[in-house]
Write a protein that binds this ligand. Structure first.
Ligand code: HEC
Length: 189
């Protein structure tokens, strides 16, 4: 385990838990950061992934985190439809198949994939052989939940139903939490 990266993950999980009120309760706190919950490493399955693919996968993950942040900003601005577009196109079922992952020209605020030139469209397909079936199932749940959020958010454009939109967003982010709780990676030896 590499301490620096594990701190990044720990913080990511902590932020996700804090911001989205997911019900996962970590069993113990980190030694060096009492306030920061962490997942016991021995409960995780470590996947060995070729270095280049792993770097692209992690870059994709950081982009996911940026997208969640963007969704929050868009909701805060009352831009339910834009939030729906971002979720559907970049996190939803369309994005899952390595799809076009399009960047809409009028979403200046939204994470720009040109900042992640190493993420190729077929990253998903390349990752599949390294993903246990349980992980694939969580990935699918996450993409489904993103598409569901898109529907709910689009409907909320008329009703301004913030609780519904936030609840659907939380249902999606809890899948991020679920996967991080179970799987970690290291470069293939
Ligand atoms: C199907 C499993 C899965 C899902 C779903 C998932 N992740 Fe990840 N994520 C991982 C794995 C595995 C790692 C690598 C952890 C490691 O190697 O320590 C990771 C790493 C990360 C990282 C750290 C990247 C880095 O540079 O080290 C961030 C940030 C992240 N994920 C955000 C998210 C967000 C936000 C979501 C939901 C929108 C999400 N992930 C959904 C499996 C998943």
């Amino acid at each position: 385990m590499q301490p620096i990266k594990s701190t990044v993950i720990t913080r990511t999980l902590a932020l996700t838990l804090l911001f989205y009120g997911a019900s996962f309760q970590p069993a113990q706190a980190d030694d060096n950061t009492n306030a920061t919950p962490s997942i016991p490493h021995d409960m995780q399955q470590t996947l060995q992934i070729p270095t280049d693919l792993r770097m692209r996968f992690l870059a994709h993950m950081r982009q996911n985190f940026g997208l969640v942040s963007d969704l929050q900003s868009l909701l805060a601005a009352g831009d339910f439809e834009q939030a729906a577009d971002v979720a559907e196109n970049k996190l939803g079922l369309k994005a899952m198949n390595g799809g076009s992952n399009p960047i809409s020209p009028n979403t200046a605020q939204v994470s720009d994939t040109t900042a992640f030139p190493r993420i190729t469209p077929n990253m998903h397909a390349q990752m599949l052989p390294y993903m246990p079936s349980g992980m694939q199932a969580i990935a699918k749940n996450m993409h489904q939940a993103a598409s569901h959020f898109a529907e709910v958010s689009r409907a909320a454009a008329a009703t301004k139903d913030y609780p519904a939109a936030l609840s659907a967003l939380s249902a999606m982010t809890s899948q991020c939490v679920a996967c991080h709780a179970q799987y970690t990676t290291e470069p293939q030896r």
